[in-house]
Design a binder for this molecule. Structure first.
Ligand SMILES: [Zn+2]
Length: 260
């Protein structure tokens, strides 16, 4: 997610609840039972061994060359499936580090792995948007298990949509569980800006882009900018744009958050 020009997010930092975000990182606690998604995945592995290789990212899936580059809409990488991670090694730490690097360089406050061309369940964010300020948060295989009924509008940007900002409605707060960079599992409640950034990046991990959640009116307001990105992609790659906003039809509801 990109920080909107001129808006200081540092003013929002005090809103980070100290009860959930300590100065040293997310507070974590051991979980007493496996999560639904893990159970389902375990069942799938037992039942359908042919798909076993597809379950988790392989070393090849996690290979990268610094400096990372931001993948822009409409590159199909942004719509591809993102594999879960079960190897918490030096390579993963290096990838997260490189993601923070490109995020700060491009004035972002959040970044998901598919946005740098790596289709895995990994996101980084720092609502302060500056190295050495705020808190660097790395989430691996995140799951949303509860969202607030209250929804709020926020003017979002996205590093994969340079220069485009528009209002998106999302739940005001979310309860999530995830693993940290060492593989430790934790649960945390997010609200305010961290909840916003998390949900935007979480969408990326499901192949959902922020305009998928915009109202028709808001979408119309950025239509020409989306078309310009489609044209840029076609000119740069010589390929046809894999999706076109002019053909965009909301055929089904964007998947909501939850365990499903
Ligand atoms: Zn984004």
């Amino acid at each position: 997610m990109a920080a909107r020009c001129g808006v200081s997010y540092s003013s929002l930092l005090p809103l980070l609840s100290r009860s959930v975000v300590s100065s040293h990182g997310f507070s974590s606690k051991a979980l007493s039972r496996p999560f639904q998604s893990l159970k389902v995945s375990a069942m799938a592995r037992r039942g359908f061994s042919a798909t076993q290789e597809d379950d988790f990212a392989t070393p090849a899936d996690l290979r990268f060359e610094p400096p990372l580059k931001i993948v822009e809409y409409p590159d199909p990488i942004l719509r591809a499936r993102n594999k879960r991670i079960n190897t918490f090694d030096e390579n993963l730490k290096k990838l997260a580090h490189e993601m923070f690097d490109v995020m700060y360089r491009t004035d972002g406050i959040g970044l998901s792995a598919p946005q740098v061309g790596i289709n895995v369940q990994l996101m980084v964010f720092n609502p302060a948007g500056e190295r050495g300020e705020g808190e660097e948060i790395v989430l691996v295989n995140p799951i949303v298990y509860k969202v607030s009924k209250k929804a709020v509008l926020f003017n979002e940007g996205c590093l994969s949509f340079p220069g485009i900002y528009a209002d998106v409605e999302r739940p005001a707060s979310v309860k999530i569980d995830a693993r940290d960079i060492t593989g430790g599992r934790f649960r945390v409640n997010l609200s305010e800006l961290p909840a916003r950034v998390f949900q935007h990046e979480f969408d990326h991990l499901q192949g959902v882009l922020f305009f998928d959640r915009m109202t028709e009116d808001v979408l119309s307001s950025i239509r020409s900018q989306l078309k310009a990105l489609e044209m840029k992609y076609e000119n740069q790659t010589g390929l046809q744009s894999p999706e076109r906003i002019d053909d965009y039809k909301r055929t089904k509801e964007v998947a909501g958050f939850g365990r499903a």
